[in-house]
Design a protein. Sequence first.
Length: 323
Amino acid sequence: MPFARLASATTPTAHIGLGLAAVGRPGYINLGREEDLPAVRSVDALRERTRELLDAAHAQGVRYFDVARSYGRSEEFLADWLLSRPDIDDVVIGSKWGYTYTAGWRTDAEAHEVKDHGLATYERQRAETAELLGDRLDLYQIHSVTPDSPALTDKELHVRLAEAAAGGLSVGFSTSGPAQADAIRAALAVTVDGKPLFRTVQATYNVLETSAAPALAEAHDAGLTVIVKEGMANGRLAGPQAPGAVRDIAQETGLGTDAVALALVLRRPWAGVVLSGAATVQQLASNLHAAVVDLDDDQLARLDALAEEPRAYWERRGQLPWH
């Protein structure tokens, strides 16, 4: 399995990955994008920003890169970078299918993405991803599985995914929403010919949203690699946006609120890879300090006290505007 490469890595940042959701398209729900991105968010400008981030990430020990069909042109940008760096062969590449990007490179689109977990969408998007990433793709995930997703019960889809796995591709899923734990447990029960189908799970977990932790621990115990997304709660844990306790602990450690927030996630024994969603090289460098943050018991308790009720958390997330 490709993530075994990370298990033997020696750099402190090897278990921090870089997700390209924030730079693969001009609009996203992260707070602070007005300051983070170029004034003109052209395709070429974001392609260049992505290249800068990937160069900086790899130079600092990051070895997992995360994209998706719905992240605008993120797969294309990553593919371009890989072609320009033929000497780099030590990275793990993951993408996701199940959402189609529909914003047309606009920030004011009525709909930025459309969800469909049907077999026809898988076949179309698998071909699109293969055209861009070819054999550099290590992991393909179903994007944002919820308990009612047809991807959990579609036996024909399961067979096709198992065929991809037999060909060497790792198959996983990501989750979203207040019922993440239910979706994870349902996915763990999916088998083909008596064998578990999924090898990875990517879920939201952060200081404010901790509800999936028990299910993620179960997934880890079952042998899945756990990838944590939205560790910064879409910017709610960054700088002045962060709760007072996070800002206080950042001051005590001498590092940023982002490093503190991600350090909490890195401490979880089931967390295999924790994603940075940095949009600037400076943010990335600050995020990577999470690998050296040493939180004491008192600080951990103060952070644990910030967890919100899941439905309240996801309701607020759903209200974040696309910038």
